[in-house]
Design a protein around this ligand. Structure first.
Ligand SMILES: [Zn+2]
Length: 88
């Protein structure tokens, strides 16, 4: 990808900070299952970490999620699940 031709994510809609494009691991809950898609190009706020994805990337994520054969073949990540409790 040519520099200077990058998609302009604009300013962060949360804090107004500058957005830079990074490849991120995007976590998505699909029908009660957590799916993580790696190397997703997203705009990430340099101040607060807010992320946005372009519309075509969002559509791509939907296609990947719906492609059940790919999801079944995916390696599985085990993550700790901790119930929220109020901290005094
Ligand atoms: Zn921000």
């Amino acid at each position: 990808m040519a520099r200077g031709k990058r998609y302009d994510y604009g300013d962060c809609h949360v804090c107004g900070g500058a957005m830079v494009e990074k490849n991120v691991a995007q976590d998505l809950w699909v029908r009660g299952k957590l799916i993580v898609i790696e190397d997703v190009p997203a705009g990430v706020c340099t101040q607060c970490g807010e992320r946005v994805v372009k519309a075509d990337v969002g559509r791509g994520l939907a296609v990947i999620v719906e492609g059940s054969t790919r999801t079944k073949a995916a390696r599985t990540l085990h993550v700790p699940v901790i119930k929220y409790r109020k901290v005094a």
